[in-house]
Write a protein that binds this ligand. Sequence first.
Ligand SMILES: [Zn+2]
Length: 476
Amino acid sequence: MADKKMVEAITSMEEDFAQWYTDVVKKAELTDYTSVKGCMVIRPAGYAIWERLRNELDKRFKETGVQNVYLPMFIPESLLQKEKDHVEGFAPEVAWVTEGGQQPLTDRLCVRPTSETLFCDYYKNTVHSYRDLPQVCNQWCSVVRWEKETRPFLRSREFLWQEGHTAHATAEEAEARTVQMLNVYADFLEEFCAIPVIKGKKTEKEKFAGAEATYTVEALMHDGKALQSGTSHNFGDGFAKAFGIQFTDQNNTLQYVHQTSWGVTTRLIGAIIMVHGDNSGLVLPPLVAPTQIMIIPIQQKKDGVLAKAAELKDMLSDFRVKLDDTDKTPGWKFSEQEMRGIPLRIEVGPKDIEAGKCVVVRRDNGEKTDVPFAELKEKVGEILAQMQKDMLERARQRRDSQTYTAKNYEEFKQIFAEKTGFVKAMWCGDRECEDKIKEDLAVTSRCMPNDQEKISDVCVCCGKPATKMVYWGKAY
Ligand SMILES: [Zn+2]
């Protein structure tokens, strides 16, 4: 009985997906509660996942010429006020510092909800000539948004993220960078996190406060809800005009810069949990997993078992491998390894040793393979690579099976009444229809995908000529 305890304690996802998520986060020891309301403690197992994601993204950013910087965590109110749409967009969720060292502040400071204004302030001082461009900077930091309802990784008052901010000489260059970073996110999500995404553009209603255009990558979770997984914004020269960021071009004429920003957050961990997890807990893609292989000895007190297990660990040192030689029972160790989403388990006991092999078990599909010791290293590499591929493919198939099309409003309403998922439908481009859809069905436009399809000629809502195909859905 004791062996099963860890697993028994989680709610099944079919019964209550939200509770399942909370259970996995807690049982896999990813986060913990804290006395700081609305915030989370990211525990070692959770932070190790973040480090894997961060390191891979950082590498991919740098391959495109990005440099890391660090800016203050405070923004003076006077600075925040400079771009009107931006301040209006963030005002409801800003936290303020009004006192410092027991003295009231004359210009109160907000704790950064995002750092566009600070980067503008910085670029205003550093960009003078066309020779100073482009500026391609990124910051890894935390930001604060005073959310009312919070959930680990998905919504919390303080969260970790990266925010890239760039300044360019031309509008074309800024647009190219915006799209380039969206592609970096999409490739990273698919290749590294095994999460298939829809790439597209946000509608005017859903775009970032102060942006000219917002691009997004949208993923579908196990329960059919969408998760915006990364965004890339083209600011045009709006911020540059508000902040006076100018440079002299080759003709000695004064010009405004064109800017972009782009970011992903610890929400990515939530996406990995909700795309890949199952009723035994977390399932981590091999590339993401901080520990890829757990070696679990069977009858470890018998002569030679622990020594063999340690030998296998050395043999697999090219991978992220651990040996569980604690005095817990093997059954307990299995359920812990499953709960934590470790991709492979290697079982080795006296009978295996006699036969010159061990048993390799895949976390994602439970498949067991007997592998001779001599072939272990090669075979493990193959199985991990196959598992990474299969996880992406499985997630893609599930997403596609939860993606529907609607030609008219009746169909549209019918689908959302019965199902949760993406619905592809045509739209006229009017804000009124978008508002009505949100009010009637509590769904939002997720994006206007790059890969447009023509489902019909008319808007699903008003019947006027359609301009775009849009993905609609319920979102986290
Ligand atoms: Zn319409």
